[in-house]
Design a protein around this ligand. Structure first.
Ligand code: MLT
Length: 258
């Protein structure tokens, strides 16, 4: 299906892929600043934001196919820079492995290359069944929200926490269930990392409760020539918790690419 996307600015294309269970609104600060230099495209994955859930079965590779279908539909054939946060990063890694000619730069933010361990996959299936039964996303809000931000962010930016809570709560139970199962079934992309041939920037949050810094360091070390930037005062949502530092890191990387 053709997913919905928001576009701003003109110039070289930067596609930003959101995390779970969020939507493209998480990129507001990047769109505002980076669209002065780039054509910034922020799609909503199926079942998130403005894109309906088209199929009860989702996969990370299918989400990557949807991004390519979006580019094709908009006659974008030039290689683009793709950035993904967490789940968006899993999709970006699928894109670079499966459509290497469509990318010229890669931004991996608050994400990992490995697949779920069996215990995590089981927890996701339990969660999928519970939200389906409840018919709402309350459980994912309760379990994930406390871990999405750096502990300090809950006190320093309560409006930001509240706005993301609302986005999470508005993601339907069927979308949360289908996406949780897609996350649990995703491919381990660790063996692909040494084959990445395009410039890559890895961004990590100094206080990410979901992705330990050591994993971001190992991922950056495995990708030839990759850079690593640690964003201070941020947890799993660096582009929202510390947009100035994140935008500076992204801009610096994109300027070096040009
Ligand atoms: C995300 O932020 O996209 C999620 O943490 C991804 C995941 O649960 O693996």
């Amino acid at each position: 299906m053709i997913i919905t996307g928001t576009e701003s600015g003109r110039g070289p294309i930067l596609v930003l892929l959101h995390g779970f269970p969020l939507d493209q609104s998480m990129w507001a600060e990047q769109r505002r600043v980076l669209s002065n230099h780039f054509r910034v495209i922020t799609p909503d994955f199926q079942g998130h934001g403005q894109t309906p859930l088209d199929s009860a079965t989702l996969s990370i590779d299918g989400m990557a196919d949807d991004v390519i279908a979006y580019l094709d539909h908009h006659q974008i054939r030039e290689p683009v820079v793709v950035g993904g946060l967490s789940m968006g990063g899993y999709v970006a890694l699928s894109l670079v492995a499966r459509y290497p000619d469509r990318l010229r730069g890669l931004l991996l933010m608050n994400t990992r290359a490995g697949a779920d361990v069996p215990e995590t996959a089981r927890v996701r299936e339990d969660l999928a069944q519970l939200v389906e039964k409840a018919g709402n996303s309350d459980l994912i809000v309760q379990t994930m929200l406390p871990r999405l931000f750096a502990p300090a962010t809950f006190k320093s930016q309560p409006e930001l926490v509240e706005s993301m809570r609302q986005v999470m709560a508005s993601t339907s139970a069927s979308s949360v269930a289908a996406t949780s199962r897609a996350l649990a079934r995703r491919t381990n992309r660790t063996p692909d990392l040494p084959n990445i041939k395009i410039p890559t920037l890895v961004i990590a949050g100094s206080d990410d409760q979901l992705i330990p810094l050591s994993e971001s360091q190992a991922m950056a070390a495995a990708i030839p020539g990759a850079e690593l930037v640690i964003i201070p005062d941020s947890g799993h949502l660096s582009p929202l918790e510390n947009p100035n530092a994140t935008n500076a890191a992204i801009l610096g990387f994109l300027e070096r690419l040009a």
